[in-house]
Design a protein around this ligand. Sequence first.
Ligand SMILES: Cc1cc2nc3c(=O)[nH]c(=O)nc-3n(C[C@H](O)[C@H](O)[C@H](O)COP(=O)(O)OP(=O)(O)OC[C@H]3O[C@@H](n4cnc5c(N)ncnc54)[C@H](O)[C@@H]3O)c2cc1C
Length: 403
Amino acid sequence: MTPGSSHPDILIVGGGLLGCASAWHLARRGLRVALVEQSQVNAGASGQNAGSLHFQIERRFLEQGEEAASDAARIVSLNRLAIAEWQGLEDMLGRGLDIAMHGGLMVAETEAEMALLAFKVARENALGLPTRLLDADELRARAPCLSPHLAGAAWLAEEGHANPRILAGAFAQQAAREGAVIACGARLTGLAMQADGQYRATIEGLDGLGEVTTPRVLLASGHWSARLAGLLGLNLPLYPVPLMMNVTERGEQVLPFLVQHVGQRLSMKQSEDGNFLIGGGWPSRFRRRADGLPDLDRPGEIVEANLLGNLAVAARVMPGLAARSLLRSWTGTTCISADQLPLVGEVGKAPGLFVAAGGSLFTLGPVLARLLAQTIVDGRPADELALFLPDRFAHLNAFAVLP
Ligand SMILES: Cc1cc2nc3c(=O)[nH]c(=O)nc-3n(C[C@H](O)[C@H](O)[C@H](O)COP(=O)(O)OP(=O)(O)OC[C@H]3O[C@@H](n4cnc5c(N)ncnc54)[C@H](O)[C@@H]3O)c2cc1C
């Protein structure tokens, strides 16, 4: 079966973590799955990210004030499920995935930041996430490599990191074993709903143009998902976010934890090989197309001031880093939704059209893919997805015209 000649039960668009993990879950449950990826498996954000497994409420939810933070705390229920998913992933896929869940620290430098951490920890504890505040002495005892000037941290024993370069490929391999067709170099260029409710997809690929007819389409296309929904005249409130990442040369193992900062953009970890990965949401800059609009198809450009800013925060939190050479910096593009929560499930206006995008979907991707596959197979949303269904934005498609 090739995507060009088949009538699969579902066409998945995108070979990132979400697409490949969904392909595996769906193929295991007996669906005939075709996945098209315009480039290679893991070519998008799934292969470019920081690999942080952060289950504490993220800083980006805290920087918009208390109300927004309380609202966003609802994501904790999903984070708790994600912990269990990551803990079982290597057994489930039957191979090592460089997963290290030795704990995570969200540090504070000032008393005001400690107060914000206390607010956050209280919300998390109320929702069943066992984060704990550490004062300066407790933090120093736990992580002596960090700056003695830190005021304290929030600690979560289950946090950590994993290798983003292998996970999507591992899911794709298992999906293919279960019979899924994974076509790389195959790009969705047209999508229409027919009068009978089936979707007709046009795929431009290695073998020229192909047509696929299918009752279901899953847009697991990262920041491209909004543009692809536009092929059906639908609006998805997903916005591209171009980011930067850095890696230093190797050093002796001193940092077994994920480190984040409650008041500054920072994520930091040490890989199994000893390199330090430094990021945390510092933006890169989109290149421009000939018409002046941002070019979403090319990697963003490094913004030197942001790179230096990122490294400065990292070296302030861990002074020993200042002696390390930077090996490489790179950019990648992810996306956020209008309310910062993931958009996962069926688009009510277009029965059979599913989407999975928006947010920190390295951490949340494995559990969301499982819940989405369950939703697709059962024909009704998994309870755990209630907060994340695309139809909380149904008003954006009130004027869409479909057959
Ligand atoms: C620098 C950076 C750091 C990050 N750090 C973290 C982190 O530490 N922790 C965390 O949880 N999250 C992190 N994220 C976010 C995370 O990487 C993404 O949320 C996640 O990888 C999204 O996976 P995806 O499968 O939805 O999208 P992607 O991995 O982007 O995959 C989408 C795929 O769709 C394909 N595609 C697009 N259009 C078409 C088409 N027309 N036809 C066929 N194929 C198409 C693309 O080629 C791409 O491969 C980070 C992101 C970036 C960029």
